[in-house]
Design a binder for this molecule. Structure first.
Ligand code: MN
Length: 454
């Protein structure tokens, strides 16, 4: 007799939907099969069963220039849970003079006891650390602490690494047995272009996109791939938004570079035309910027054929008021999205004919777990954590900030009606969402140590 069985649903396996039951024991998946007996039985008739979603790129309560991103660890992970995501990876950001170990401890002190789903942390290597042999000597200890991925920037003054710093950091990470996740844009030149626009009194939101050309996203990826090749360090390109960026990743992979890439729902579903809607255009400012319809087609194709590996959200929410600055150059970057990912990609990706059900699960659950070193996450197989989403493909939902659990008072996906929403979600065997409502406990989520990218 198992603790719990989930019966009557269709498991979305790597080869497609298969009718089978799932049996759980003590927070783990114990068996997949038919006629399994459980003390508790959850009916999943008419629903898909998938592994809990893994979102490897979110920014909860991120401190930035005197502001703090709108979702706390509590509200953000409740929203994640309601959207079917049971593991997130956020960031620890060392300040000048602060060791990585201290930054990790400080960030864990903010998150532990406050999370409703499991979480990991990428360790940021800012400029001042990349240029310090003493700081880079900490890398093996961070890998041992389960922070096996390091966030590097090729953009943003104060954070961005020039090619020499990038080389030194990647060499250090490779030696420590870790991997790198990368914000790839040619930052110094973008800063100059932005300064020119501001000097010419171009303040409208569309200038955000116009001063961050796609080619300068692609050439940054190109340089990073060359440095990854020189150092043998695995590199994952965050938030790819343009066709040119995809092409660089595909070319590098073909010549043997250990490179992967992700996109996000906002790049797939929105374009830079959103910036043209008057003051509201500021809401959609994020970096890299939203692009054009042709880029969306290229991104979907790459997600289908393996050119890109996964879908994250880069959830970085600010309130409407915080986004309403006088000039595009003053708007805090980022959009919310942690809750809608599975449903948006199911509706627009699977129902829209771009990807299969199996690829949907691969992109949102399995690949992020594998690439981010989450050994017990991302698959519905015996021995894995019993993180399960019972997904009702027929349930319609019109996305609105009023009904989402995200804290921001707006959503970039407002008014989109999707078919398919999580009905029930389990985290390590415990039901945390039932009939779309959060019934879990803040603090049930825990820090998960991650190994190097798989
Ligand atoms: Mn980000």
């Amino acid at each position: 007799m198992y603790d719990c069985t989930i019966v009557g649903g269709q498991i979305i396996t790597p080869s497609g939907p298969v009718a089978a039951d799932v049996a759980l024991v003590e927070g783990s998946i114990a068996a997949i099969g038919h006629g399994l007996a459980g003390e508790r039985v959850i009916d999943a008739s008419g629903c898909y069963l998938l592994p809990g979603g893994v979102d490897p790129h979110v920014h909860l309560q991120l401190a930035l220039g005197g502001l703090v991103s709108t979702d706390s660890f509590a509200s953000g992970t409740i929203a994640a849970a309601c959207g079917g995501t049971t593991t997130i990876v956020d960031f620890a950001d060392p300040q000048p003079g602060q060791s990585m170990a201290d930054a990790l401890a400080a960030r864990r002190a903010e998150a532990d006891g406050q999370v409703a789903v499991d979480y990991g942390l990428h360790m940021t290597i800012p400029t001042w650390h990349a240029q310090s042999a003493e700081r880079l000597a900490e890398l093996p200890a961070m890998v041992a602490e389960g922070c096996a991925t390091f966030k590097l920037y090729q953009a943003y003054a104060r954070m961005e690494l020039d090619d020499i710093s990038l080389y030194r950091a990647l060499a250090g990470v490779a030696k420590a047995g870790g991997g790198v996740v990368l914000h790839s844009e040619t930052g110094p030149l973008l800063d100059h272009l932005r300064g020119e626009a501001v000097a010419a009194d171009h303040t409208g939101a569309i200038w955000h996109e116009r001063t961050r050309p796609a080619r300068l996203e692609a050439t940054a990826i190109h340089r990073a791939a060359e440095i990854a090749h020189l150092t043998g360090c695995p590199v994952h390109i965050f938030h790819v938004g343009c066709a040119e960026g995809v092409a660089e990743i595909v070319t590098a992979r073909q010549r043997g570079v250990a490179i992967s890439g992700e996109s996000c729902p906002h790049y797939l579903l929105l374009t830079a035309e959103e910036h043209l809607g008057g003051p509201e255009g500021n809401l959609y400012i994020c970096a890299p910027p939203l692009r054009a319809g042709a880029d969306q087609s290229a991104l979907w194709r790459a997600l289908a054929d393996g050119g890109l590996d996964l879908i994250s959200t880069d959830h970085c929410p600010w309130t409407r008021r915080e986004k309403m600055q006088r000039s595009f150059a003053q708007v805090p970057g980022g959009v919310p999205g942690i809750e809608g990912r599975l449903s948006l990609i199911h509706h627009f990706g699977v129902n829209g004919g771009h990807i299969s059900l199996a690829r949907w699960v691969e992109l949102c659950c399995t690949a992020p777990a594998r690439l981010m070193g989450l050994a017990r996450k991302g698959s519905l197989l015996p021995g894995y954590d019993a993180d399960v989403v019972i997904f009702d493909p027929k349930q319609e939902q019109t996305i609105s900030a009023d009904t989402l659990h995200e804290a921001a008072d707006w959503t970039p996906f407002d008014g989109m009606t999707v078919s398919g929403w999580p009905r029930t979600v389990l985290l390590r065997g415990k039901v945390i969402v039932q009939d779309g409502e959060f019934v879990g406990t803040i603090g049930h989520g825990r820090f998960v140590k991650r190994t190097a990218q798989g």
